[in-house]
Design a protein around this ligand. Structure first.
Ligand code: HEM
Length: 228
């Protein structure tokens, strides 16, 4: 029991918790991307009445967003997501403090030759991403899901991406997400299991491809909507 209690207090336990919450956030990001790709489907894709009176992208996106707030299992998953995001951030801060303490005690010089710049700057990238997510949630989630002051999510998203500097903020946030994902997926695997060197290099490659595809698909949404 005592072992279980202390499990997430050790450095390894904390890293495992970061890995598990991180993988759940990635699962959300994939679903979120698929949902938001609806925004860039051309209207010519709807030659006939498609499904339940959905005739165009506007209807389809609003049907999707209505589903998000009206189907209770989605609400439960959303609460799990918020918890995962909070735990992920708190855990990252605790690990950083712990690492700084033990590094200060053990050695002064850090060898940078074996790590990438983004793995050394996960804190900065995570902070940029965090600021982006807070801004993003204040813009859409708060107005639509919490306050209910906006009812037409499609119009709200479209109006947002008509402002060039919003598009720019999104692109910066998405670039930070990309590097955060590359390093995150790699280190989540490192935390959750011991793999041979060859398998680890395949995981690194998959992490890179996956993160790039995710970032490119996310990044084109604001650009296409701005140009529309
Ligand atoms: C660029 C394309 C994106 C668009 C158009 C977009 C759009 C939206 C919209 C309309 C909402 C409110 C409705 C909902 O809950 O789904 C939302 C929520 C959210 N978005 Fe995004 N998003 C984008 C990218 C991102 C990125 C890159 C992240 C994270 C790195 C992100 C994280 C979130 C989170 C955490 C929520 C709250 C989720 C919830 O309550 O279920 N989004 N987004």
């Amino acid at each position: 029991m005592a072992v279980k209690k202390g499990l997430f207090k050790t450095s390894v336990g904390r890293k495992n918790l970061m890995a598990i919450t991180g993988l759940f956030i990635i699962f959300f990001l994939v679903i979120h991307l698929i949902g938001n790709l609806i925004l860039i489907i051309p209207n010519s894709f709807f030659p006939i009445e498609f499904w339940g009176g959905v005739e165009n992208v506007h209807d389809m996106y609003n049907a999707y967003s209505h589903f998000l707030v009206s189907f209770w299992p989605v609400t439960i998953v959303a609460w799990v997501l918020y918890a995962a995001m909070i735990i992920h951030v708190v855990d990252a801060l605790l690990i950083t403090i712990q690492n700084r303490k033990s590094r200060g005690e053990k050695y002064q010089v850090t060898d940078n030759s074996t790590s990438t710049w983004y793995s050394r700057n996960m804190g900065v990238l995570g902070t940029i991403l965090g600021v982006f997510i807070v801004l993003h949630m204040a813009q859409f989630w708060l107005k639509y899901k919490v306050l209910g002051t906006e009812h037409d999510l499609y119009e709200l998203v479209l109006a947002t991406f008509k402002v060039w500097w919003f598009v720019l903020i999104y692109e910066i946030g998405i670039i930070a997400m990309c590097f955060h994902l590359i390093h995150g997926i790699e280190s989540a695997h490192r935390s959750l299991g011991i793999y041979p060197k060859k398998v680890m290099s395949i995981i690194k490659y998959i992490a890179l491809c996956f993160s790039l595809v995710m970032a490119i698909l996310y990044a084109i949404i604001p650009i296409i909507l701005y140009l529309k």
